[in-house]
Design a protein around this ligand. Sequence first.
Ligand code: CMX
Length: 437
Amino acid sequence: MSKLKEVLLKKIEEHRPRTQKLLKDHGDVKVGEVTIAQVIGGARGIRSLVTDISYLDPEEGIRFRGKLIPETFAALPKGRGCEYPYVEGFWYFLLTGDVPTAEEALEVVEDFKARRAVPQYVIDMLRAMPRDTHPMTMFSAAILAMQRESIFAQRYAEGMKRDDYWDPMYEDCTNLLAKLPSIAAYIYRMKYKADVHIPADESLDLGGNFAHQMGIPKPYDDVARMYFILHSDHESGNVSAHATHLVASALSDCYYSLSGGMNGLAGPLHGLANQEVLRWLMNFQKKLDGKEPTEELVREALWDTLKAGQVIPGFGHAVLRKTDPRYTAQREFCLKNLPDYPLFKLVNMLFKVTPDVLSEQGKVKNPWPNVDAHSGVIQWYYGLTEWDFYTVLFGVGRAIGVLANITWDRALAYPIERPKSLTTKMLEDIAAEGSKA
Ligand code: CMX
């Protein structure tokens, strides 16, 4: 058994009694109350999910296993000459809560390399799809196509003890995660780079090999590591995490589950917002017709978007009430590496103007930028200008978090999800009772 699996098993065995005790001794204790606004309003704020892998505080932003983004970047082992940690070491960290040593992280790097090869039938299937298919559709289809590889599904069919579920789930999740960057790079080069492909380089870690297979030189390897880690996890209630967890709760394997999660990520209110930001910026530049952008012109364009009944992509959040630290981390990268880049300056102008405009409109609970407001700028700078690919990058990153989570779902035997519905008439009756009281 690998070191990572040994540590994970120990953590699972230590954790199980905590969940069992909560259920057995305190199952009736109330966690909160639910209002009609929450029932109609997308379950916003209802506390009904458990994860120890990340926690999102509205003011402070995300913590991965208790660590803020800068603390995470600082703590994890990095390759020689790299500024950002190994994604594989981050996987170890998310799964176990322990910061791996360089040696432990490198063991995972080697394990991922051994699992990296993409089956030929996945390539054949991608090639059979019309080339104008959205890259997220291709990505999700590729994940689903590999379901026949599932060790969990096989072992379940053979009859396996519940306590053992986590093991084949871990194997499936690791197999799948190790292949995702190569699948993404294949889709990218097939669609946008004249169908010319670059074989994997066995000497490289996940981030390094992704940059290599994309055909983008250094420091894009570090950009990839930063990007995948930043997008990995945002606790469990966001659409991609929740969808993955929901599908997995039926004991569907990780191929079915992650494909479901990716389909949610592909929505414009979620992960697709990063491509929408670029579309907005490019339309704006086109309207400028060579004129220098000014704050006044940005303000006008923002109001045009709002008046047309559209959202400003990259701004607002269901939980956060401050600027997203994932935005700030990317901004800091830009300040260091591309401070004078015109697109970065334009994004800065949006950062300055949009919160005022959204506050003036008076609808949003959070007028500040989220992660998607910034991601396109860095990609564009390094030559990745095909913005409809951006959500696939988000997807590779998001997979790290959600696959770690569903491995733990199996370890703690979380049951099938099944919230209860009400009819509108029932809500009206509850409302009438509430008004009387
Ligand atoms: N532009 C215009 N209007 C916005 C807005 C924005 N950026 N953000 C929220 N609103 C509107 C909502 O549509 C809602 O309007 P209605 O009352 O008419 O329905 C109102 O403000 C209140 O919404 P909220 O409670 O502040 O936000 P929600 O929790 O409902 O939605 C989110 C959150 C992210 C979907 C929303 O802010 C949004 O649509 N943002 C733009 C798209 C985006 O950037 N999505 C990516 C989020 C991060 C990610 O998941 O990747």
